[in-house]
Structures are given as structure tokens and as C-alpha cells.
Design a protein around this ligand. Structure first.
Ligand SMILES: [Zn+2]
Length: 258
């Protein structure tokens, strides 16, 4: 081997994170669980609909788990029968309405928190303002058995930022959330699903174990770019079952570079 040590190390790490399409686990992406009158971006499901969806997953023989638990199961070759459940942004409604329903069924989930917006609102969205969890409430979520992940510091498109800005959003949020909950933060979710090779590398270098995207080009599938499927109010039991059945085909088509 004539490859220098540094290059070799980089290549090994990248290879270790790669994922074949056939091994990609199904991960659901939610935002809020609330009965809201005005929801132009279709970010909320009602508590009743959410309960129906969890019941539908159970009927399909699936157990909902946090993304971190799912990644551990993948590594152990035991992901069969598991589906990842994730919530982006960290709305108060997740603690109030989703957690009791998850707990009732023995499910867990990951909640991706925006570290510099604790107790704030989703002011980056054009639309109604909904409250975000405070630091105390994030601790309650963790105590309830939910995984806490990072959704950056301020909710910006990482693909638009330079390296030092990315580091502040990615590494900075991991440090502050870790201090809040007292355990290392393993997971990251790209705001708007916006990622680049630079962003993925920054996530890995910051010490994260995995990261969730939305649509991932097939060539980029890996632990630093796990695709997720949107679940909304319109997803009844039949549509959820179809999404499960078609999941990998959906990812392959959606993720193809245009
Ligand atoms: Zn978000």
C-alpha cells in the first residue's frame, strides 16, 4: 500500500458508513401532533390520526423505535420488524400528545431539537407559529425514554453555508444539547433535508453516529444520510401499508439525482 495514512483512514470511514438500498431501514418523519385549524405546510397530524397510525404499524407487525435504536439493530442484523419514528423541530405537542400514545404501545422515537431555539417558535416557517420545547421539556422527553437528537442550532439549510458556519450548527448544537440532557447526542437531522458532502462530513466529524435526511440520492445512502418518509394527516392505515410496501422503490426514485 502506498496510500498515506490520512487518505486511508478517510476512505475506511466513508466505506463503513455506506448502506446498500436493500439494507435501508424504514424511518418515518413527523413534525407536530396537534389538532390545528391552519396548517399550510401539512406539518401536523391530529392525536387521533397519530394513534390510528401507530395501531396500523402494530397490525403490520412493526414496532416503532428511535432512530438510534434502529441503527443499533441494523448493526446487529436485527432490524426486521422495527420502524424508526422521528419528529423534527421539537414541538411541545410531541411531548403532550405523541409521547403518551407511544408509551402506551411500548414504542420510542427520536425528537430532533433545534438547540438555539429552545422555548421559541417555528419562525423560520411561513405559517402559524407553534411553540417549541423548552430545555426542561426536552429533559422530560429524555426521561420518558425518547431519544434526543440535534436538528442544528438555528434551522438553516446546511448546503448554503460555509464550513465554519456548518460547524457551529452541527457541532455546536451537539455540544449544547449534550450538556442539557447529560448524555452524548448520537443523531442529527438535516434542516429542510438540505445536505451536501461537506455537511455529511461535518456531521461525522462532530461525533454523530448517524444522520437523517429526507430524500437521499442512492449513491449517498449511508449512516450519515438515512432517508425518511413523510407521514401526514392523509396517511390512513392503507396508505401507511402502501408506503411500507413501496418504501425502497420510493427511495430509489425520489433519491435519484435529477
Ligand atoms: Zn425542521
Amino acid at each position: 500500500m502506498t496510500v498515506s495514512g490520512g487518505n486511508h483512514k478517510t476512505r475506511t470511514r466513508v466505506a463503513a458508513g455506506r448502506l446498500a438500498l436493500g439494507r435501508v431501514p424504514m424511518i418515518l418523519m413527523y413534525h407536530g401532533v396537534a389538532d390545528v385549524a391552519d396548517d399550510p405546510n401539512q406539518l401536523c397530524v391530529t392525536p387521533g390520526r397519530f394513534a390510528e397510525q401507530l395501531a396500523a404499524l402494530q397490525r403490520l407487525g412493526l414496532r416503532g423505535v428511535s432512530a438510534g435504536t434502529l441503527v443499533d439493530a441494523m448493526r446487529a442484523g436485527r432490524q426486521h420488524g422495527l420502524v424508526g419514528i422521528t419528529f423534527d423541530d421539537g414541538y411541545v405537542s410531541v411531548l403532550e400528545a405523541a409521547v403518551p400514545e407511544l408509551q402506551r404501545r411500548g414504542f420510542t422515537a427520536t425528537v430532533f431539537i433545534i438547540s438555539a431555539r429552545l422555548g421559541g417558535t417555528n419562525e423560520w416557517d411561513e405559517g402559524p407559529a407553534w411553540p417549541l420545547l423548552t430545555g426542561d421539556q426536552v429533559e422530560k422527553l429524555a426521561a420518558a425514554g425518547m431519544e434526543i437528537g440535534s436538528h442544528s442550532a438555528t434551522h438553516v439549510r446546511l448546503a448554503d453555508l460555509d464550513a465554519s458556519q456548518i460547524e457551529a450548527e452541527v457541532s455546536g448544537s451537539r455540544v449544547s444539547l449534550g450538556e442539557l440532557i447529560g448524555v452524548p447526542v448520537r443523531g442529527f437531522a438535516y434542516p429542510y433535508g438540505s445536505m451536501s458532502a461537506t455537511a455529511r462530513r461535518a456531521v461525522q466529524d462532530a461525533g454523530y453516529d448517524y444522520a437523517c435526511a429526507v430524500e437521499t440520492p442512492v449513491a449517498d445512502l449511508g449512516l450519515m444520510a438515512l432517508p425518511r418518509i413523510y407521514v401526514g394527516q392523509r396517511d390512513g392505515a392503507a396508505r401507511l401499508a402502501a408506503k411500507r410496501f413501496l418504501y425502497r422503490g420510493y427511495i430509489a426514485v425520489k433519491g435519484r439525482r435529477s
